[in-house]
Design a protein around this ligand. Structure first.
Ligand SMILES: Cc1ncc(COP(=O)(O)O)c(C=O)c1O
Length: 379
């Protein structure tokens, strides 16, 4: 499909090509010096003590669940309004996801009240998802966690560069997981990062990432080790030097691109307020700084969403849905008794509009005008 305005686009240029070429020419492709440099730059950016680059955010979430010791019989509270990977990671360990509701139609983040209602003696952890990059109420959630002796994992897939109270997201919870998938604010194609300020977790995560081995091929190449022991049941969740090189360049562009994203969101808000005030644009005046990963709107109650999206498509504008909620999926039918009134409402009305740094100011106006025309079409 040749979209006039696609949903998302990457910001790749000659710098990314040069970085990849230089790795190829170095003849060292698996985790090595470039990955180490990427990890320290990411730690400096987020402010976290430890950063480990991994093959994707799903792997990071799985390792986070393993590191806090989840297993059969344990429960983890998380929103149903997220990508399925957030809940799958819990299930990989044998633990059970328990879905909490989101706050309101204007705040699509997990509700602290709903978290409290879902706590049982089996609850071990909370996974927060900063929807669209807008920070969850971390002071409240950390307080609930402390009071109930729960771990907090941050799913920061949308939130690279987001901040709350002057603290970058990825620093609030015990362990945080980032995605560099191709539609994310910075991308390596597939890729991710896991961060923590806890030395013990960092040590475990390092083992999980690479088969539970005590030394790496890189250490042996550098002449630092001859052999290794295997001390954990680990995985191969490593990144490679090619992706790490892309990540370093993309991290350098992140702040400027996030500023552009936030400016586009503001322009959308103004254009939609003027042209289609019946549409809700969530997260207005939301606390903190958002990475503005996606541009969600809520259609008026009763609007035929599929027809709306089809009409936008007929005008060359790509839209999407974030998300079909997890508890509606066939693979989740038998494992949840979730009653989530706010989630049930918003998942019927949410539509995601195009958002990426090279989207033009004129594109935003065109999208808003097209929405007005499409909403005015006779039923
Ligand atoms: C909220 C959320 N969590 C987890 C993931 C999984 O990330 P990855 O594709 O890097 O495994 C995504 C990716 O789209 C996501 O949006």
């Amino acid at each position: 499909m040749n979209w006039l305005i696609p949903l998302s686009d990457i910001d790749f240029g000659p710098e990314e090509s040069a970085a990849v070429l230089s790795v190829l020419e170095s003849r060292w492709l698996t985790m090595g010096g470039v990955t180490q440099a990427f990890e320290s730059e990411f730690s400096a950016y987020v402010g976290a003590k430890h950063s480990l680059a991994v093959s994707n955010c799903t792997a990071a979430l799985h390792m986070a669940c393993l590191a806090i010791g989840l297993g059969p019989g344990d429960e983890v509270i998380l929103p149903a309004l997220t990508f399925v990977a957030t809940a799958n990671a819990v299930r990989y360990t044998g633990a059970s996801p328990v879905f909490a509701d989101v706050t309101s139609e204007r705040n699509l983040n997990i509700s602290p009240e709903s978290i409290e209602q879902r706590i049982t003696p089996k609850t071990r952890a909370i996974i927060v998802v900063h929807y669209g990059g807008y920070p969850c109420d971390m002071p409240r959630i950390m307080e609930i966690a402390k009071k109930n002796n729960l771990y907090v994992i941050e799913d920061d897939a949308h939130a690279i560069g987001s901040e709350l109270d002057g603290i970058k997201l990825g620093n609030w919870g015990d362990i945080s997981c980032f995605s560099f998938f191709s539609n994310k604010n910075m991308t390596t194609g597939e890729g991710g990062m896991i961060t923590t300020n806890d030395d013990g977790f960092a040590e475990k995560l390092r083992l999980f990432r690479s088969h539970g081995m005590t030394t790496m091929t890189w250490d042996r190449h550098k002449g630092h080790a001859w052999s290794y022991d295997v001390v954990e049941l680990g995985y191969n969740y490593r990144i490679d030097e090619i992706r790490a090189a892309l990540g370093r360049v993309q991290l350098g562009k992140l702040d400027a691109n996030n500023i552009r994203r936030r400016s586009l969101v503001q322009q959308y808000r103004e254009a939609l307020q003027e042209l289609t005030p019946e549409i809700i644009v969530p997260f207005e005046d939301h606390p903190g700084i958002s990475a503005a990963h996606i541009m969600p709107i809520l259609l008026p109650v009763g609007t035929d969403r599929t027809r709306f999206m089809e009409s936008m498509k007929a005008n060359g504008i790509q839209t999407s849905i974030h998300y079909p909620p997890i508890h509606h999926f066939t693979a989740y039918q038998n494992i949840t008794d979730a009653i989530l009134p706010v989630t049930e409402d918003v998942v019927q009305r949410e539509v995601t509009l195009p958002l990426y740094p090279s989207l033009s100011d004129e594109d935003v106006v065109l999208v808003a005008k097209t929405i007005r025309e499409v909403l005015a079409l006779p039923a």
